[in-house]
Ligand binder design. Structure first.
Ligand code: SF4
Length: 392
């Protein structure tokens, strides 16, 4: 039997959270402690060869080889920045690729991972959104990004102790809208949090959303990890233009969903991501409007000066405007940081993730038109950007 056919009939164990591994093992006559051993080999020791799982009975290993395999997406390229940032482009089949970025800092190592090949949300300022949308990533493709990156980084550093992790934080802020792929994202989050998986605390795992309010409720019920909300505008009129999702779920609904989320994660706060676009949303008065908007939501702000990419039709904010914006929020008692640009030399900065995606929704063609509209909209000539044809 060819390897390809073999893989078609067996299952990828990276698609399962620990509970699912237990029930799968039970179906095959194995006890729960065997499932835990298997999970630990995969996610703590990062082993993909059943023969190396030396404390599993030989008969169980033989069964595993017949029924299953362990496979993360394969990297196509890997880039290293002078500042230590790393970017991998992973093949997800059918000519599509997604990216993951590792950002080392003094007190943490953060991996930013993708959840969809492309993105259907159509945010006006986003390079990923401009490539169109292909499909949701499977749980194995989401978890596999962490599995691969941690293994690679550990091997390079010569680390063999499974408790000595290099990646301490995970953010679902790469390509795609994670909450549009909850069926596959939730098992991945469970694995990140599980002590027999990656053992991360829920404050070290952050999901970012453009504002899908119903799915925010579902995430809160299933896995209330830290939540980042892409806000980018203080009022509905502007947010409608920047983010089509706002036409379905305007700011009033979004703020209510944030408050509900914090009820299930009571000691937490929402991180509002706010991309500063020169001359569009960086006025001091807009900072004051934001303060009024979020007054009932315990929150922090992360300001991200826009990093223009070709054909965006939008500009970088002036440095003084960024500082003034941050000062106004900070003076109102809202902890506000300005994101440092990392990995500039390898295009790993926010909004620059740009794996190749086959655009079956023809969004890319429509976004050529949208680029021209962006100029018109902010010159006060046009009405709006592309239609928000996302689905929940
Ligand atoms: S900003 Fe996020 S949600 Fe919006 S198009 Fe880009 S990847 Fe999608």
């Amino acid at each position: 039997m060819s390897e390809q056919l073999d893989q078609d009939v067996r299952i990828n164990l990276l698609d399962m959270d620990v509970e699912k591994i237990k029930s799968w093992c039970a179906q095959h006559g194995e006890k729960p402690f065997r499932a835990i051993q298997l999970a630990r080999w995969m996610h703590r020791f990062l082993v993909d060869d059943f023969d190396q799982m030396t404390n599993l009975a030989k008969s169980f290993r033989a069964k595993l080889k017949d029924l299953a395999y362990i496979k993360a997406p394969s990297p196509i390229t890997e880039k290293k920045s002078a500042d230590g940032t790393r970017k991998w482009l992973f093949d997800v089949g059918n000519g599509n690729a997604v990216e993951s970025v590792f950002i080392p800092e003094d007190d943490r190592g953060t991996l930013c991972i993708s959840t969809q090949a492309g993105c259907p949300m159509g945010c006006l300022f986003c390079s990923t959104g401009k490539q169109g949308f292909n499909r949701n990533l499977a749980t194995s493709e989401i978890v596999g990004q962490l599995w691969y990156a941690e293994r690679e980084l550990r091997q390079e550093a010569g680390i063999t102790d499974p408790n000595d992790r290099i990646i301490s934080n995970v953010v679902l802020m790469g390509m795609g809208e994670p909450l549009q792929n909850l069926d596959n994202v939730i098992p991945a989050l469970k694995l990140f949090l599980d002590d027999n998986g990656y053992g991360l605390s829920r404050r070290r795992v952050t999901v970012s959303t453009s504002g899908l309010v119903n799915q925010m409720d579902k995430l809160g019920e299933a896995a209330p990890v830290a939540l980042a909300v892409s806000l980018h505008a203080p009022d509905d009129a502007l947010r409608d233009k920047l983010m089509p999702v706002n036409r379905k779920h305007p700011l009033g609904q979004l703020m209510a969903a944030c408050r509900r989320y914090l009820k299930v994660a009571p000691r937490d706060f929402i991180t509002f991501e706010y991309l500063l676009l020169g001359g569009v949303n960086d006025d001091p008065e807009q900072a004051r409007e934001l303060i009024r908007l979020v007054r009932d939501v315990p929150c922090k702000f992360n300001l991200i000066p826009f990093n223009p990419f070709p054909d965006s039709g939008l500009s970088k904010p002036e440095r003084q405007r960024v500082l003034d914006f941050a000062r106004i929020l900070n003076e109102a008692g809202i902890v506000t940081t300005v994101r440092k640009t990392r990995g500039d030399d390898i295009d790993a900065a926010c909004g620059q993730l740009a794996g190749e995606v086959k655009d079956r929704t023809r969004r890319a063609q429509r976004l050529v038109l949208q680029k021209e509209q962006a100029r018109d909209v902010f010159a006060g000539k046009g009405e709006s950007c592309a239609r928000g044809d996302f689905h929940e």
